[in-house]
Design a protein around this ligand. Structure first.
Ligand SMILES: Cc1ncc(COP(=O)(O)O)c(C=O)c1O
Length: 263
């Protein structure tokens, strides 16, 4: 749609709010996009305080927030309520999906929209696809009514936590000490930062040759700038596959370290 996207760097707490304020002042953006819980790709869940401060900035500069909570319910520890729960001025549009917990192919999600954004959004959605498949919606609706969803999410949380721990353990054993990673308290993946000069696309190519696939960090930055990084998914492989995959990646990273001068 021709939107001009400005990426705001993250720190350990989430979006850097000082930088955000700078851009709110200088560029008057039309929308702040944020993933408050298990951010994709870093896995960070923001604190209550960070959520409040972000909302205060949105209010101060009258800029709506799109809170994308696609990883809702995939947290291993309690997380604060969404920003939408604090929103008294109808500035926050909340979006969720069943893609991450149930079936991606159903493509059923939901939004919580209050106030003046509701009608324009309904109209845009109508123009876009008339409506989401009623059969897909009926399947989700039946499933929710059955009461299985809560149990299913609890099982996912337990299984994903085991897989995350398995991957962390394997990374400790196989990755070079130059690699740094997040320890997310939920979600589906880990974010690994590598030294500058690391050629991630080359490492990815070599990894694919050995049947190991990861997402290149550059895919997650607007205009693909940023630093060398990898997003590693722990949710869809068995323990032995995780161990094998991480050992292959570890060898590739160590080989690469020897071949590039570090900056
Ligand atoms: C933050 C975020 N939002 C939305 C989606 C996609 O959701 P859906 O399948 O409902 O389009 C993803 C999937 O990768 C995601 O990571």
């Amino acid at each position: 749609m021709g939107a001009r996207i400005i990426g705001i760097p993250m720190n350990a707490e989430g979006m850097n709010l000082q930088l955000l304020e700078k851009y709110l002042k200088s560029h008057h953006p039309k929308l702040i996009y944020t993933i408050s819980t298990q951010h994709n790709p870093t896995g960070i869940a923001t604190s209550q305080n960070h959520r409040q401060q972000l909302l205060q900035l949105a209010e101060k500069y009258e800029c709506p927030i799109l809170e994308d909570n696609a990883y809702e319910g995939l947290n291993f520890e309690p997380v604060p309520p969404p920003i939408k729960a604090l929103d008294k001025q109808d500035l926050v549009i909340y979006a969720g999906t069943f893609s991450k917990t149930l079936i991606p192919g159903l493509r059923v999600g939901y939004m919580v929209v209050t106030g003046k954004h509701f009608q324009p959004l309904v109209e845009r959605k109508l123009m876009h696809d008339i409506h989401t498949s009623t059969i897909s919606q009926a399947i989700v609706s039946e499933y929710l009514a059955s009461g299985h969803y809560r149990r299913h999410r609890r099982r996912l949380q337990t299984e994903n936590l085991l897989s995350r721990n398995m991957m962390l353990q394997a990374m400790e054993s196989y990755f070079p000490q130059e690699a740094k990673w997040t320890v997310p308290n939920g979600g589906l993946f880990l974010w690994v930062q590598l030294p500058l000069n690391f050629d991630i696309s080359e490492i990815r190519k070599q990894a694919i040759e050995q049947n190991v696939l990861f997402a290149s960090g550059s895919a997650f930055f607007p205009k693909k700038q940023g630093y060398p990084a990898m997003r590693l998914s722990f949710s869809n492989s068995s323990e032995s596959e995780i161990e094998l995959g991480i050992s292959i990646l570890g060898k590739l990273l160590k080989k690469h370290l020897l071949s590039v001068p570090l900056r």
